[in-house]
Design a protein around this ligand. Structure first.
Ligand code: 5AD
Length: 350
């Protein structure tokens, strides 16, 4: 216990830890009471920068067509059960207009690695959205692309990019992905994004097959070094038509502990209470916020395609996960003493 308290003090004091300290803390992630000790510290840390305010991002699932074949993911190339779709620019624009009226000032265009979305198609599309919604930010989450592609997207006006690293342990990366995918390429992509000037987001699933304390230690050492502006982090949840169909889901408390540790490591990071967390936890938003989260990403995709963006079984896309119910979400936040932030919500360093 004394060692643990020492490691926490060092984390709060210097914002970095040795490998041994991370191992000590992460080893406790499933222990009873660790969450109740950690969560208030993380929530206070978030409040120091953000007050009792939560950023909403409108999540638009641009396409579920994907050239990758990740073992965990329901929209992997080899899943023939899923109805594939691609939104048109008009549909996206209409979704953004609806979101804008509801108060959203960030639109996250997320999708599989769909070859249709070349730079030549994305560039005018992003420029049009920027012109239509000048007071808002375009975040992209479209997977790995060439550096010159990221440069083109930045030049077109996109300012944030989410690309989960999935795991910072190369062997674990190979356990989660087929051989044609590359840990080195993923890490290079993140470096490129950061160098170009994007607010960059990394992240990983909690409880993915093969993830133990050692893997999480490498994730924290990586994040401590990379200093991402955003971290996307939720539990692994199996999808029935993937190679990981029979693997157990990640734990809720374990996920909340890791979220709290991310907040303590990166006090100003933009940290969403993710849909995956809200899928497993009946009050996922409140629980995430109580562990240091400060962002929620309601689903702003046309309702007709939401079921098809099936990354994992049971994925929530309606109720308080849905952009059309922002009033419901606002009421839920009010109950825990929080309100919706109205500015663009950049990372304070940007
Ligand atoms: N469970 C939880 N998260 C998943 N993702 C993909 N599949 C799953 C799953 N089965 C996450 C990955 C990916 C993001 C789009 O969704 O981390 O980066």
């Amino acid at each position: 216990r004394a060692d643990l308290a020492g490691a926490l003090d060092r984390l709060l004091g210097q914002g970095r830890l040795s490998e041994e300290d991370w191992r000590l803390l992460l080893n406790e992630r499933k222990a009873a009471d660790f969450l109740s000790e950690l969560a208030p510290m993380a929530q206070k840390t978030a409040q120091k920068t953000y007050g009792n305010r939560i950023y909403l991002r409108g999540l638009i699932e641009l396409t579920n067509i994907c050239g990758n074949n990740c073992y965990y993911c329901g929209i992997r190339r080899e899943n023939r059960e899923v109805r594939r779709y691609r939104l048109t620019p008009e549909e996206v624009s209409a979704a953004c207009a609806e979101g804008y009226a509801a108060g959203f000032r960030t639109f996250v265009l997320q999708g599989g690695e769909d070859p249709y979305w070349t730079d030549d198609r994305l560039r005018p599309f992003i420029q049009d959205l920027r012109a239509q919604f000048p007071e808002s930010v375009i975040t992209l989450s479209l997977g790995e692309r060439r550096r010159d592609s990221y440069e083109a997207l930045y030049a077109a006006g996109a300012r944030r990019y989410l690309l989960r690293h999935e795991t910072a342990d190369p062997e674990h990366y190979r356990r989660l992905h087929p051989p044609e995918m590359s840990y080195a390429r993923r890490m290079q992509a993140l470096t490129d994004l950061r160098d170009i000037g994007f607010q960059a987001g990394c992240g990983m699933m909690i409880g993915s097959p093969g993830q133990g304390t050692d893997q999480l230690v490498t994730d924290f050492l990586f994040m401590q070094d990379f200093q991402p502006q955003m971290v996307g982090l939720g539990p692994f949840i199996p999808h029935h038509a993937t190679p990981f169909a029979d693997e157990p889901a990640g734990g809720i408390d374990e996920t909340l502990v890791v979220l709290a540790l991310v907040r303590l490591l990166l006090p100003k990071v933009l940290l969403p209470a993710t849909t995956a967390l809200a899928t497993l936890h009946p009050h996922g938003h409140a629980a995430g916020i109580a562990s240091g989260c400060n962002v929620i990403m309601p689903n702003l995709s046309p309702p007709s395609v939401r079921r098809a963006y099936s990354l994992y079984d049971g994925k929530r896309a309606f109720g308080t996960e849905a952009a059309e119910n922002v009033a419901l979400l606002t009421a839920e936040l009010a109950q825990i003493g929080y309100s919706v932030a109205v500015d663009k919500g950049n990372h304070p360093d940007f």
